[in-house]
Design a protein around this ligand. Structure first.
Ligand SMILES: C[S@@+](CC[C@H](N)C(=O)[O-])C[C@H]1O[C@@H](n2cnc3c(N)ncnc32)[C@H](O)[C@@H]1O
Length: 413
């Protein structure tokens, strides 16, 4: 028989019977997609892997614990034949042929009437890759092509703008702590599709250099604000560009809602009816300690962590932080925006009962090439910040967790 290329098609299996023969690794790999497609799955196999068993226990598939028998493919629309018994597979595929049920065979692609493509998903599309004919079948190659396409779409290196669904508006994107690899897949994709990017100083600034030349990149810190507050000026820049019908990304450091004024921007946009999507980001409050070898919790050491803004001193009447209560907590304190006020903060914590020898770590410019960690104690931190010239941005971690990792350095006396 002359070799013709396989004809690609998407099966809509919702509520339709799919018979799976064999409960081993092949079934384990294929079943999740069949379940996701809404198929009515009937598994026949004397044994199954623990994951397949769990699918049966959860009611996602019906499992009969026995070997394949003639007649099992009755009423099936599609069959996956993957038992360890070649003779049973041959009988089953003969039954499939007779009943005109499309079937894939794990042991013999030549005998199958259908092939499973290498598939992946990215934002509403399924990428499916098949080799043209049986002779050229090379599953690793098709999987590699699938990976390249899906990865490219996810990280924005393969740009396929949405023409039908792409709506102008604003996306508040949490960019993570600074390392360009630590933005989310969605954030990176939106960035690749933007017409205008309004970026903060913190966050993955290296990504801005990769944007195509037509993208207008605006430094939020440089938006002139005259009689407005800086934040109002940023809000109006967002509104102005979105009103021109552009796709605007507001790229923020960390997560937009952790000391990021994300909600203020969302509210300003909502007031004028501009749609806004929020993409969460990896907050520096957790990731920067982690990048410096500090777990914010550790079994037997800290059962809680509290993230606090240190931008106003404890004795400032504008402070909303209950420092005396924080001094009594046994867990980890993570302080953002606290480099300038750390002396006062440490003093207040000690005055309210926190031991003066509590370990402190300051992690400056975490996750970037310039990352640096300086250790101290509550008693020494003010002096250490001065002598070591610690500068913002830095995350300050206070608590015993500072000492648990192998990278902990001796505090400076
Ligand atoms: C205005 S807050 C924004 C926090 C951000 N939304 C987040 O979730 O990480 C800025 C503060 O975050 C901390 N910060 C952000 N990125 C940092 C980094 N890469 N290294 C150290 N500190 C960082 C610093 O304490 C800085 O002063």
């Amino acid at each position: 028989m002359a070799e013709h290329p396989a004809y690609p098609v998407g099966l809509r299996l919702t509520g339709r019977r799919v018979v799976v023969l064999g409960g081993g690794q092949v079934a384990q790999r294929r079943l999740p997609a069949l379940i996701a497609a809404g198929a009515d799955i009937f598994l026949v196999s004397p044994r199954a892997t623990p994951s397949v068993e769990a699918m049966a226990d959860a009611g996602e598939i019906t499992w009969q614990r026995r070997r394949y028998e003639e007649g099992d493919l009755e009423n099936a629309w599609y069959a996956l034949i993957a038992t360890g018994d070649t003779e049973a597979n041959t009988r089953a595929s003969a039954e499939a042929e007779r009943r005109r049920v499309w079937c894939v065979r794990s042991d013999d692609a030549d005998e199958a009437t259908a092939w499973t493509p290498a598939t992946g998903h990215s934002e509403g599309v399924t990428v499916a890759v098949l080799t043209t004919d049986a002779k050229g079948r090379d599953p690793r190659h098709t999987a590699a092509i699938r990976d390249a396409v899906v990865e490219g779409l996810r990280d924005g290196t393969l740009v396929a703008p949405h023409h039908r669904t792409r709506t102008p508006g604003v996306a508040l994107v949490g960019g993570g702590p600074g390392d360009p690899d630590l933005i989310t897949v969605r954030g990176r994709r939106l960035l690749a599709e933007a017409d205008v990017v309004i970026a903060d100083r913190l966050g993955p600034r290296d990504l801005l250099a990769e944007l195509p030349p037509h993208v207008e990149v605006i430094d939020a810190a440089k938006i002139p604000y005259g009689r407005f507050m800086a934040q109002e000026a940023i809000n109006s820049a967002l509104i102005e560009h979105a009103k021109q019908g552009k796709s605007v990304v507001r790229l923020k450091g960390g997560d937009p809602y952790v000391f990021g004024r994300g909600m203020e921007e969302l509210q300003a946009l909502a007031e004028v009816g501009i749609p806004c999507t929020v993409v969460p980001g990896i907050s520096s409050s957790i990731s920067v300690p982690s990048a410096a070898g500090i777990p914010v919790t550790h079994r037997g050491v800290a059962h809680e962590f509290t993230v606090v803004s240190g931008h106003v001193a404890p004795d400032d009447e504008r402070s909303l932080v209950d420092w005396p209560s924080l001094a009594r907590l046994t867990g980890t304190l993570v302080i953002l925006m606290g480099v300038d006020k750390i002396g006062k903060i440490a003093e207040t914590l000690v005055a309210h009962g926190k031991p003066a020898d509590t370990p402190v770590a300051l992690v400056q410019e975490g996750t970037t090439a310039a990352q640096r960690r300086v250790d101290a104690t509550l008693a020494t931190v003010a002096e250490t910040v001065r002598t070591e010239d610690v500068k913002p941005p830095a995350v300050i971690v206070i608590g015993e967790v500072v000492k648990v990792g192998p990278t902990a350095s001796a505090p400076r006396e």
